[in-house]
Design a protein around this ligand. Structure first.
Ligand code: 6R9
Length: 633
């Protein structure tokens, strides 16, 4: 029996049981049989969750790009590795075989080296969804540089914060980008960011839009010029299993996004294993994940997971609704996509445009369809299952996080039972538990609690960059001996998990995570604002919308103008993706005597449910609740 691929429900149960009773053997066998190591490990897993310290495959050496590229050359050199579909369907697609991608990555790696990038250096990548992005990520990994991809929709300010936190030496970017009908001057954002980033010595610019850009002498170089000066071979740097592979910033309940750190060996093993099993990828399949590589989903399931498995992975520059709401389905038919992976927010947006767009395509090739990023509501699940999957494709509702590196709870293709809005059962090696307030494990089914995980899995985060204590406090201090996810969940009568949503001050807007404090800080950056409080509220398309209560320093003259100014400030501070949907001006916030904002009340008002605000007697100034209720938007 192969350890690597699960081929039936019984097989899943056996693998799961083994993974729990003997995790070292389970993961050791998988690592040995399916991956290329330069040197074998001494120990499969050493860990404690109190520091925390987690080490997988200690003593081993490897390079993840050898596993993504080199080892496929003999068997799959001419197989397509990457298909790039542009924003505009009238533009030509680009395809790379494994050999071609290998050469591109080596060339890019040589350019990085030429500009002084060495193992351990941090490289920030702020690029649109163009092939150079995938190539850059892999080129960093090739030479042991640590990539920090920043979604190219973040503002200059956010980009600068991330560059500075990681002290990146280099930025890889492009002249501009196309996203739907929008055109964004990416290089200009980088220029602005770099005014406050002393660590950056070099900027490499990929040509995408051919717009005129400002090139700083001695700092900025055109990528295509640089690529011409180097050769197509670059040895893979031997990396220790626990050397850093990448940093990816994500929001938490405090104001400042944190750099989640993943390391080489464990991340590789889990990315490969989870991809293979969740999507049940077979050799000739075409796989497409619509995420952006700026998020963890793109890292693990556009780049690393598929390439480790020798898959053909599609990379899409555009958006679901451009030029029309049939774009996803047109691309599925164009390439004969077999596995399709997207977000509930995209499904809801397309659902709102009506069935016609999806019914005009055959979608015959689809075999597994997946979702990620936020809870999927039953209506969207049904629409996806019926109209996209034609009631013959399993829907894999994959629950996981930036911090988990890979999919944790999900169906495995057709092998698992499925139930709308339920992620289902944990993957082998994953031991989820529900805890109560006091940190006791809740046994049995039909129960709800805080979702935590018991034993480490290979791709669990190792630290938060530059601040290990923050990692400990955020994830390992709430409940001793457990990794705390920040999510609440329920087990149904059969033990299937349903993820309810965040239990901390994180809101999930269209699958993007923001801390309420992070958005409040951005709003407060506006000079006219005295104080603010942000909560999430149910939003038909985005899942959650952003509702802001704002106290101004002076009486408001014109609410609409002020709202527009505050939105503009948030766009400058964070980016367009964090725009508040609603801004209500208030004269005070419901605070307890100790000065804590009672968000429960703000959430209720934002939800439009003002009938049951609960006990407000402990508030410093109960009158403010009436004012807030009366002014609700
Ligand atoms: C991969 C990714 C993580 C948070 C997570 C949870 C929510 C993700 C979900 C889901 C319900 C799913 N989430 N997948 N909720 N069902 N299938 O999205 O990572 O951006 O770090 O977000 O997203 O709340 O805690 P990330």
């Amino acid at each position: 029996m192969s350890h690597y691929q699960i081929t039936s429900l019984e097989h899943y149960h056996e693998a799961y049981a083994e993974s729990v009773s003997n995790p070292d053997k389970f993961w050791g066998d998988i690592a040995e049989e399916n991956f290329k190591w330069m040197k074998k490990w001494d120990n499969v897993c050493d860990w404690n969750f109190s520091e925390p310290k987690v080490e997988w495959f200690k003593g081993a050496q490897l390079n993840i790009t050898e596993n993504c590229l080199d080892r496929h050359l003999e068997e799959r050199g001419n197989k397509l590795a990457l298909i790039w579909e542009p924003n505009d369907p009238k533009e030509r697609f680009i395809r790379y075989t494994y050999r071609e991608l290998y050469e591109k990555v080596c060339q890019m790696a040589n350019v990085l080296k030429k500009h002084g990038i060495k193992k351990g250096d941090r490289v920030a990548i702020y690029m649109p969804m163009i092939p150079e992005l995938t190539i850059s990520v892999l080129a960093c990994a090739r030479i042991g540089a640590i990539h920090s991809v920043v979604f190219a929709g973040f503002s200059a300010h956010s980009l600068a914060d991330r560059i500075n936190d990681a002290e990146a030496k280099m930025v890889l970017t492009s002249d501009g980008l196309y996203r739907g009908a929008k055109e964004i001057p990416v290089k200009r954002v980088v220029d602005e960011a770099l005014q406050t980033c002393p660590s950056v010595k070099t900027v490499l610019v990929a040509e995408r839009t051919r717009w005129a850009v400002n090139m700083v002498e001695g700092r900025d170089f055109w990528l295509h010029d640089e690529l011409d000066t180097v050769n197509k071979e670059c040895p893979a740097e031997p990396m220790n299993s626990e050397d850093m592979l990448f940093i990816l910033y994500t929001s938490g309940s405090t104001g400042k996004p944190k750099g989640v750190v993943h390391t080489c060996g464990g991340y590789m093993v889990y990315a490969g294993y989870s991809f293979k099993n969740v999507f049940q990828y077979e050799e000739s399949d075409i796989y497409w994940c619509t995420a952006d590589i700026g998020w963890i989903t793109g890292h693990t399931y556009i780049v690393y997971g598929p390439l480790i498995n020798g898959a053909t992975t599609v990379m899409f520059e555009g958006v679901p609704t451009f030029p029309d709401a049939g774009r996803f389905w047109q691309v599925c038919d164009k390439y004969g996509v077999n596995q399709f992976y997207t977000a509930p927010t995209a499904i809801r947006a397309l659902m709102a445009k009506g069935e016609d767009h999806v019914l005009s395509y055959s979608l015959d090739s689809l075999r597994v369809i997946g979702t990620v990023g936020e809870p999927i509501n039953e209506e969207a699940w049904q629409w996806y299952y019926i109209h996209v999957g034609k009631e013959k494709c399993p829907v894999v509702d994959t629950w996981w996080q930036t911090e988990t590196g890979g999919i944790m709870i999900s169906g495995l293709g057709k092998h698992s039972p499925m139930k709308p809005a339920h992620a289902g059962y944990p993957l082998p090696g994953i031991q989820p538990v529900l805890l109560d307030q006091e940190g006791n494990e809740i046994e049995g089914n039909e129960e709800e609690g805080y979702l935590c995980v018991k034993h480490p899995w290979p791709s669990i985060l190792r630290t938060t960059y530059g601040d290990h204590e923050r990692c400990r406090v955020t994830y390992f201090s709430h409940y001793k001996g457990y990794y705390f996810t920040g999510d609440g969940a329920r087990r149904d009568e059969n033990g299937m998990y349903r993820i309810i949503g965040r239990v901390d001050d994180v809101i999930n807007v269209s699958g993007h995570r923001f801390g309420t404090a992070e958005i409040e800080n951005a709003i407060n950056a506006n000079d006219l604002v005295a104080e603010s409080a942000v909560v999430g509220y149910p939003h038909d398309i985005k899942g959650q919308g952003i509702y802001a209560y704002v106290i101004t320093k002076n009486p408001v003259q014109n609410e609409d103008i002020l709202r527009a100014e505050i939105v503009e400030t948030v766009v400058e501070e964070i980016g367009k993706i964090a725009k508040p949907d609603k801004i209500q001006f208030v004269s005070g916030l419901p605070k307890t005597r100790s000065g804590k904002i009672m968000r429960r009340i703000l959430r209720k008002v934002a939800e439009g449910d003002t009938s049951s605000l609960g006990d407000t007697s402990t508030l410093l100034d109960p009158d403010v609740v009436d004012e807030i209720k009366n002014g609700a938007l």
